[in-house]
Design a protein. Structure first.
Length: 469
C-alpha cells in the first residue's frame, strides 16, 4: 500500500527497510502534529517538511538528516517536544532539529543587525555540517513559494538569502543550492536586472542550443574515435551569475564565453586530460581561457578542467571536463563527500570559534571580507595549500601558518620574486615568508590584511609589545 512518504524514499540512494520505516514514522508524526495547519499558499503544512525531506534525499543526505528535515518545525510549532524526538528518533535527530529551531527564532534585519543569528548558525553548523544542509533545503523551498508572502517580507528574505545562504552554499561547493537560491533571490531583489538577463538569454537560447548541440555531437564522435567514453550535457549559466558577469564586462555580452557551455563527464582523471587533448586537436583553443581546477582545485573543493575553444561554426564554446565524482561534488559539495559524517569542515569550525568571543560589531566586516568572500589557494614551498580570501596578502598567509611566523615576517618571495608584504596574492601563488629574529608586526599591517585571524594576532602582538616597552 502506498504512503505519502514514498516519494521521499524513492529519492533516497539504496534505503534499507529500517530507513523506510523511520521516514514513514517521521512523516506520520509531522502530519499528525501539524494537524490542520496551513501555509500561506493554502496548502497543508506537511507539504513544506515533505519537500525539504525530498530535497535532502535527492542530494544523498543520510536518514537522520532526512528525518530531521521532516521534523524541523515540530518543536517550534507543535506540542511535540525535543525529549519526544529523542525518544522516538534518537539523540542525533534531536540535536539537528533543536539546532535548526534555534536558527529560526531571530528575524533578519540586514547583515549588520543579524549578528546573533549568524553566530548561532555558524557555531551550530561547526558542530555538525548537517545543520546547514537542512537549513539550505528549508530556505530553498521557502524561496520557491515566496510569492505567497507579503512583498516587504519577500524582500527581507531574499536579501538574507543572498547575503548569507548563497555565500555559504558557495563555500561548501553546493552548486545545487547556490544557483537556485541565487536566481530566486535575484528575481526579488533586482526584478529589472533579472528580467533583462532572462530576456537576453531567451533571445539567444534556441540559436545557441542548436549550435551547441551540433558541436556536442561532433565532439562525442571524436572522443569515441579516440576510445574515450564520455557523457555530455549542455549547461546554461544562472541568471544572477550572468548578470553579475555582464556588469563586470560593462554590458558586453559578447565578452562572456561561458553563458552556454558543454560539460563532458568521463571515467577517470587520465581521461580528463586525454579529452582536453582531443578537444584542442579538434578545435582551436582561445588563448588564456584554459583553467585546470583538477591540478589546482578551487578552495571550496571544486575540480574540473575548463577550456574555451572556437568550434567548427566559429562559435566560442566553453567546455568543462570532469569525472562523475567531480560532477557530483560540484553540485552537492559537502554532502557528496559525506563531510557531515566527520562533524564539520575546517573553515566552519574556525569561524565558529572566532565568532564565539569576537566583538559583534566586527562580525559583518569579517564575514563579508574573509569567510564568505571569494577564495584563493596559495602554496607553501612544500606544496601545502593555504585557503585565503581573495585579496589576502603574504601577512595573512604567514599568520595562517603560525602566529610567530607572522610576527617576525620581514618580506616575502612570491613565485620566486621579492614582493612587499602587503601585495595581494593570486590563486596558485607559491609563497615563502622571510623572517628576522627581532621582527615585529607593524600597525600599518592592519590596513592590508583580510583575515580575522591575522588581525587578531597583530593586535595581540602590538599590545604585548606596548606592555613590554
Amino acid at each position: 500500500m502506498t504512503h505519502p512518504s514514498d516519494e521521499i524514499v524513492q529519492a533516497m540512494r539504496q534505503p534499507t527497510d529500517a530507513d523506510c520505516a523511520r521516514i514513514r514514522q517521521a512523516y506520520d508524526v509531522a502530519e499528525r502534529m501539524h494537524g490542520g495547519e496551513r501555509r500561506k499558499s493554502g496548502e497543508p503544512y506537511i507539504v513544506h517538511p515533505a519537500a525539504i525531506a525530498k530535497t535532502l534525499a535527492t542530494i544523498g543526505a543520510d536518514t537522520d538528516t532526512i528525518v530531521a528535515g521532516i521534523l524541523h518545525d515540530t518543536i517550534e510549532d507543535t506540542p511535540y517536544t525535543a525529549e519526544e524526538i529523542e525518544r522516538d528518533f534518537g539523540s542525533t535527530v534531536r540535536f539537528l532539529v533543536e539546532s535548526v529551531t534555534k536558527l529560526s527564532k531571530l528575524r533578519y534585519q540586514g547583515l549588520e543587525r543579524h549578528v546573533e543569528s549568524l553566530r548561532r548558525l555558524l557555531i551550530a553548523t561547526a558542530a555538525d555540517i548537517r545543520v546547514i544542509v537542512i537549513k539550505l533545503a528549508d530556505r530553498l523551498h521557502n524561496m520557491e513559494t515566496l510569492e505567497f508572502v507579503e512583498e516587504r517580507k519577500q524582500l527581507r528574505i531574499a536579501r538574507e538569502t543572498l547575503e548569507i545562504y548563497v555565500p555559504i552554499a558557495e563555500r561548501l561547493n553546493m552548486g545545487f543550492f547556490k544557483t537556485q537560491l541565487q536566481d530566486l533571490s535575484f528575481r526579488i531583489v533586482d526584478p529589472t536586472g533579472y528580467a533583462d538577463a532572462a530576456a537576453y538569454l531567451e533571445t539567444r537560447r534556441s540559436e545557441m542550443e542548436a549550435n551547441l548541440n551540433r558541436a556536442r555531437l561532433e565532439l562525442e564522435e571524436e572522443l569515441l574515435h579516440h576510445g574515450i567514453r564520455a557523457e555530455t550535457e549542455m549547461r546554461v549559466k544562472g541568471l544572477a551569475s550572468f548578470a553579475q558577469k555582464l556588469k563586470r564586462k560593462r554590458g558586453r555580452a559578447d565578452a562572456i564565453y561561458d553563458v552556454f557551455a558543454i560539460r563532458i563527464i568521463v571515467e577517470s582523471i587520465d581521461d580528463c586530460y586525454r579529452a582536453l587533448g582531443v578537444i584542442h586537436a579538434l578545435w582551436r583553443p582561445i588563448e588564456g581561457r584554459i583553467k585546470d581546477y583538477i591540478a589546482y582545485p578551487k578552495p571550496n573543493g571544486y575540480r574540473s578542467i575548463h577550456t574555451t575553444v572556437t568550434a567548427s561554426n566559429a562559435l566560442p564554446v566553453e567546455l568543462q571536463i570532469r569525472t562523475r565524482e567531480m560532477h557530483e561534488a560540484a553540485s552537492l559539495g559537502a554532502v557528496s563527500h559525506l563531510a557531515y559524517k566527520h562533524g564539520s569542515v575546517r573553515w566552519l569550525r574556525e569561524l565558529g570559534e572566532t565568532l564565539a568571543d569576537l566583538d559583534p560589531e566586527l562580525i559583518p566586516q569579517i564575514l563579508k571580507e574573509d569567510y564568505l568572500a571569494e577564495r584563493i589557494f596559495a602554496f607553501t614551498p612544500k606544496d601545502d595549500a593555504i585557503d585565503l580570501p581573495s585579496g589576502a596578502t603574504p601577512i595573512d598567509f604567514a599568520y595562517a601558518l603560525h602566529s610567530e611566523l607572522g610576527d617576525r615576517a620581514t618580506h616575502a618571495l612570491v613565485n620566486g620574486k621579492l614582493v612587499p608584504l602587503d601585495t595581494p596574492l593570486k590563486n596558485g601563488d607559491r609563497v615563502e615568508i622571510k623572517v628576522r629574529k627581532d621582527g615585529k608586526p607593524n600597525r600599518k599591517w592592519l590596513d592590508s590584511v583580510r583575515t580575522a585571524s591575522a588581525r587578531k594576532h597583530i593586535r595581540s602582538s602590538l599590545a604585548a609589545n606596548r606592555a613590554r616597552a
